[in-house]
Design a protein around this ligand. Structure first.
Ligand code: F0G
Length: 427
């Protein structure tokens, strides 16, 4: 195996390791990140390189991750395990902007990825590296989307996939995907945080390759969300990027991508980040407000099961990113998430609950005057509407405990007659 042109470095103590070492943390316990040779890239990389690939038919150019490969991982085309992920749409819905109290709110819909969530961007990178390392078995703990994505990419690469998920707290669409793509699906009697702790032990003990976002290569793929968003905008930098926060890999990745583009002189400035958490699973919000270290939330609870996480692995990197950006962490209630979701859905766009924390958060920040209505705001919708159909039906039927069905579109019944149906049309 040839040597990598990148290395791994500890974000805490700065210790450096070879780029293809199978390790996720430093000897000091800190997380690792991929360090590219930006000096070498500066001389030969321009935004035109990425734009020129938009017209290409080569898979490595058509993938919304590998189109940016110099800044992701400079792998050979034959090394890629890709489903042409990315290429998601950027929606401009006046109705949603009005709801949020903003002049405009652009929404990058990552639910339009091959397995229906933003996780595919990190997973194409993680599984490609797993294959390069000669791994035959991969594993992750997940609230559902990571496992769905890993199961799919592992199947494409002919690897055995093991997923650890919290029993009974995973949306049905996601569980269905893990099973369908052939992953060994292990339901843990505990929450995501317990599953996360356990999967690290299992991977260490068994030599299985760990594909949670603690894996630095996942973060590299995830950065492409940001590259593609800026490319959609003609490389104009918005004022804010708003996104939900769970295990906190995504906002960390976006900030790393922004910082690299900025260091290369390819963008003149970086936007502010707004990370939105659910009130019942808000450890980053608490740490941000108190100015203290993160204290895990013991029994996280939220209808947005994707972000039902009390002890996020990447919190230090994440908090540093938010602070450096001059950004904020906000919290929103389940009621606010579901009402925002009803708006996103009714605009014909649709997304899963955790995604809609983005819109609920943008609305709250606009109301509080943190985001000014004329600022240029981009939000990330992280997962597809059909990931969690149960919540949708229960909301519109008014069957969710403790939740008012503010924007309910109740299903109605009719006799199987013309009059019966006609009578309902004018209601
Ligand atoms: N939105 C969705 C739909 C998610 O699935 C996740 C995370 C997030 C937001 C939060 O992103 O963890 O990078 O802060 N889902 C993980 C999973 C935890 O297992 O699928 P984050």
């Amino acid at each position: 195996m040839s040597r990598a042109s990148w290395c791994l470095a500890c974000v805490e103590c700065g210790a450096s390791y070879p780029g293809l070492d199978v390790r996720y943390t430093c000897q000091c316990g800190g997380l690792l990140e991929v360090v590219h040779d930006l000096e070498a890239l500066r001389a030969r990389l321009s935004l035109a390189t990425f734009d020129a690939r938009l017209g290409s038919r080569a898979p490595a150019d058509r993938s919304g991750v590998w189109r940016f490969r110099e800044l992701v991982l400079p792998l050979e085309t034959r090394e890629l395990v890709t489903r042409l992920e990315g290429n998601t749409r950027l929606y401009d819905s006046p109705a949603i902007a009005r709801y949020a109290g903003l002049d405009a709110l652009l929404l990058k819909h990552e639910g339009e990825n091959p397995t229906g969530s933003f996780k595919d961007r990190g997973m194409t990178a993680g599984v490609s590296i797993a294959r390069r390392l000669g791994m035959t078995r991969v594993a992750c703990a997940s609230t559902g989307n990571t496992s769905a994505s890993m199961a799919s990419y592992a199947a494409a690469a002919g690897m055995r996939a093991y997923v650890l998920i919290p029993e009974g707290k995973i949306a049905y669409g996601k569980l269905a995907q893990a099973l369908a793509y052939g992953a060994k699906t292990i339901q843990i009697e505990g929450d995501f945080d317990a599953a996360m702790k356990l999967v690290r032990q299992v991977c260490d003990a068994e030599g299985i390759y760990l594909l949670n976002s603690i894996n630095p290569f996942r973060i590299e793929g995830q950065k492409a969300l940001l590259f593609e968003l800026l490319q959609d905008l003609g490389w104009e930098v918005p004022d804010w990027i708003v996104l939900p926060g769970g295990n906190l890999g995504n906002n960390t990745a976006l900030w790393k991508g922004l910082s690299e583009l900025h260091a290369l002189g390819l963008i003149p400035r970086r936007p502010r980040l707004a990370v939105v958490q659910a009130t019942g699973a808000n450890p980053l919000y608490r740490a941000f407000v108190s100015g203290q270290d993160l204290v895990p939330v013991e029994r996280p609870e939220t209808v947005a099961t994707a972000i039902r996480i009390g002890n996020p692995v990447s919190w230090k990197k994440s908090l540093r990113a938010v602070r450096e950006s001059g950004g904020v962490v906000e919290e929103v209630t389940d009621q606010e998430i579901l009402d925002a979701k009803a708006q996103v859905d009714a605009a014909g766009i649709g997304a899963e609950p955790a995604s809609c924390a983005t819109v609920a958060g943008a609305r709250k920040l606009a109301l509080r005057g943190v985001i000014r209505r004329s600022e240029r705001v981009c939000g990330v919708l992280t997962g597809h509407l059909l990931k969690d159909p149960d919540v949708v039906v229960a909301y519109h039927r008014g069957e969710l405990a403790g939740i008012a069905a503010t924007f309910a579109n109740r299903p109605v019944r009719s006799a199987a007659t013309l009059e019966g149906v006609r009578g309902l049309l004018s209601e």
